[in-house]
Write a protein that binds this ligand. Structure first.
Ligand SMILES: Cc1cc2nc3c(=O)[nH]c(=O)nc-3n(C[C@H](O)[C@H](O)[C@H](O)COP(=O)(O)OP(=O)(O)OC[C@H]3O[C@@H](n4cnc5c(N)ncnc54)[C@H](O)[C@@H]3O)c2cc1C
Length: 454
C-alpha cells in the first residue's frame, strides 16, 4: 500500500482565530489511516472532519491531521430497522440525502448538516431535541476505532463501555473513528410542522420553555442579546416535530420525502471591519424580532430551514472578516437560572455585536465522559475576535459559569483557562487515566489537548 501523501498547510477551526500548520493526510482506506497514525512522529496526530468545530480541536501544530472526509462510504442500510453503517467521514448532509427518501432521519442534528459522523461522535453533538433524545452518541450502536498502536477495534457500549463513553465527546483523543453504526429516526415526510412565538424578555422565554418543551421533539430560542432594559432576553421561540403525511397539502403528498435544500451565494471573502458594529447588528436583530409572528402554529418548513438556516449561505464565517470570531457556549444546571440571568444581562450591557444567540433547555446529561450537555440551560453566541477586552470579559463569564457548576463546550472553545476544566468536567481524571493506558506515547493530540492538558 503506498504511503498516503501529506500536505503541509495551515489548519483552523470554523472561527478562524488561531490557524496552525500541520501535515494533512487524506486517507482513502482504513489501512492508509492506520499507516498515517503509525508514522505520525513526535508531534502526534488528530482526526478532522469538516472543520466545523469553532476552535482548535481539529488542528495539531507541527504534527499530523487526518482529514477523514475521504473515507465517506455508506456500507449498509437496514431500511426495516433504521440502522446505517457508514464511514466516519460521511457528512450528515449526505446521510440525509440518502436516508430521507427511505423514511429515516439522523437521530440528532446540530445547527449545520456539514459535520461528519466522526466529528459528531468526537464532540458528542447535541441538537434541538436534546431534552428528549440526548446527544448523538446515545444513538450509536458500535464504533470502529483506530487506536494509537495502529490497530482497530470494534467498540460497543455493552462490550467496552469505558472506551465507548470516553470516545463520545472525547475530542478525537482516544483514537480515530473509522466507521459507526447509527440508529435512525423514522419520519413520514421531509417537512417540519413548526410553532413560532415571541417572548418579550428572558423570564417570559424561560417560563415558555419550561412550560411547553415536553410537548415538542425540537425546541430552540433565538435571543436578541443587544436588547436592553425591560427587553433584555427577548426572543423568538421555534418548536416543532416532523410533519406527518396527513399534515401535507395534496401537492406535497406526491413527494413527501423530497430533500432539496437551497443554497444562496457565498459570503464575500472579506467584510470591512466596522460593518458588524453594535448599530448595524442591533438593527438587524430588532428587524428580525419584529418580523417574526407573535404566534403561529403548524407552519410547514423544510428541514433545511428549520435546522440549518446558516447552511444556505456557504462560508458565512467569512462575514467576521480576517480576524475571525469566537463562539461562546456554556450550560448552567437547572436551579441556576439566576446565574443565566446575570450572564445575559452582562452580555447585553456590554453591547456585544452578536447576531441572534441561541438558548436551549437540555435534558439529562449524557454518559460520555467529556460530553457537554447537563440538565439545564445552554446559551451560544458568536463574538467578533476583535472586540476590545474580549479575553477578560469571557474569563469573567467562565468564572460565573464555573461557580454555578456549569461548563463551557469544548467543540466551540479556543480560550478557556485550563484550571477551570476539572471542575467543569468531573470525569476528566478518568479520561486522562484511560488515555495514558491506551496511548502511553501520546500519539493522539491536538492544539486543544495541549492548551487544556486533556
Ligand atoms: C453553524 C454551526 C452550528 C453548529 N451547531 C451545533 C449544535 O447545534 N450542536 C452541537 O453540538 N454542535 C454544533 N456545532 C459544532 C459542530 O457540530 C461540532 O463541532 C462537530 O464536531 C463538527 O464536526 P466536524 O466533522 O466538522 O468535526 P471537526 O470540527 O473537524 O472535529 C471536531 C472534533 O471531532 C474530532 N473528530 C473528527 N472526526 C473524527 C474521527 N473520525 N474520529 C475521532 N474524532 C474525530 C476532532 O478530532 C475534533 O476534536 C455547530 C457548528 C457550526 C459551524
Amino acid at each position: 500500500m503506498p504511503a498516503p501523501s501529506a500536505l503541509t498547510t495551515p489548519v483552523s477551526g470554523w472561527g478562524r482565530t488561531a490557524p496552525t500548520t500541520a501535515h494533512v493526510f487524506r486517507p482513502r482506506t482504513y489501512e492508509e489511516a492506520a499507516e498515517a497514525v503509525r508514522d505520525c512522529g513526535g508531534r502526534g496526530a488528530i482526526a478532522r472532519g469538516l472543520g466545523r468545530a469553532y476552535g482548535d480541536a481539529a488542528q495539531n501544530a507541527g504534527g499530523s491531521v487526518l482529514d477523514m472526509t475521504g473515507l465517506d462510504r455508506i456500507h449498509e442500510i437496514d431500511a426495516i430497522n433504521g440502522l446505517v453503517v457508514c464511514d466516519a467521514g460521511v457528512s450528515l448532509h449526505r446521510l440525509m440525502q440518502v436516508l430521507l427518501p427511505l423514511g429515516w432521519f439522523v437521530p440528532v442534528s446540530p445547527g449545520t448538516r456539514y459535520v461528519t459522523v466522526g466529528g459528531a461522535i468526537g464532540t458528542d453533538i447535541h441538537g434541538k431535541n436534546h431534552h428528549l433524545s440526548g446527544s448523538f452518541t446515545r444513538h450509536v450502536r458500535a464504533i470502529e476505532l483506530l487506536t494509537a498502536d495502529g490497530g482497530t477495534r470494534l467498540v460497543t457500549p455493552e462490550d467496552e463501555p469505558e472506551l465507548f463513553w470516553a470516545t463520545a465527546g472525547g475530542m478525537g483523543l482516544t483514537g480515530v473513528v473509522l466507521a459507526a453504526t447509527i440508529q435512525l429516526l423514522p419520519v413520514e415526510t421531509s417537512l417540519m410542522s413548526v410553532d413560532t412565538e415571541r417572548a418579550t424578555d428572558l423570564d417570559d422565554l424561560m417560563a415558555r420553555l419550561t412550560a411547553g418543551d415536553h410537548r415538542y421533539r425540537y425546541s430552540v430560542a433565538w435571543i436578541d442579546l443587544l436588547a436592553r432594559g425591560a427587553k433584555t432576553g427577548r426572543a423568538v421561540l421555534t418548536r416543532g416535530d416532523h410533519a406527518p403525511l396527513g399534515a401535507l397539502p395534496p401537492r406535497a403528498r406526491r413527494a413527501p420525502l423530497d430533500f432539496r435544500p437551497g443554497r444562496l451565494p457565498g459570503a464575500p471573502n472579506f467584510v470591512p471591519e466596522g460593518l458588524l458594529g453594535r448599530g448595524s447588528v442591533g438593527l438587524f436583530n430588532a428587524l428580525w424580532y419584529h418580523k417574526a409572528p407573535r404566534e403561529r402554529h403548524g407552519e410547514l418548513q423544510k428541514i433545511s430551514t428549520f435546522f440549518h438556516p446558516l447552511d444556505g449561505v456557504p462560508d458565512w464565517n467569512r462575514i467576521y472578516g480576517r480576524s475571525g470570531f469566537v463562539q461562546y457556549q456554556f450550560v448552567v444546571p437547572n436551579g441556576q437560572e439566576s446565574a443565566l440571568r446575570r450572564i445575559v444581562e452582562r452580555i447585553s450591557r456590554r453591547g456585544i455585536p452578536s447576531f441572534l444567540a441561541v438558548l436551549k433547555r437540555f435534558g439529562e446529561a449524557d454518559p460520555g465522559w467529556l460530553s457537554f450537555p447537563m440538565a439545564g440551560w445552554t446559551l451560544a453566541l458568536d463574538i467578533p475576535a476583535t472586540m476590545p477586552g474580549l479575553a477578560t470579559f469571557l474569563d469573567v463569564l467562565d468564572d460565573e459559569v464555573a461557580a454555578a457548576d456549569g461548563r463551557v463546550y469544548l467543540a466551540k472553545d479556543s480560550r478557556l483557562r485550563p484550571d477551570l476544566l476539572p471542575g467543569m468536567y468531573p470525569r476528566l481524571d478518568a479520561f486522562r487515566r484511560l488515555r495514558a493506558e491506551l496511548d502511553p506515547r501520546g500519539v493522539f493530540t491536538s492544539d486543544l489537548a495541549r492548551r487544556l492538558a486533556l
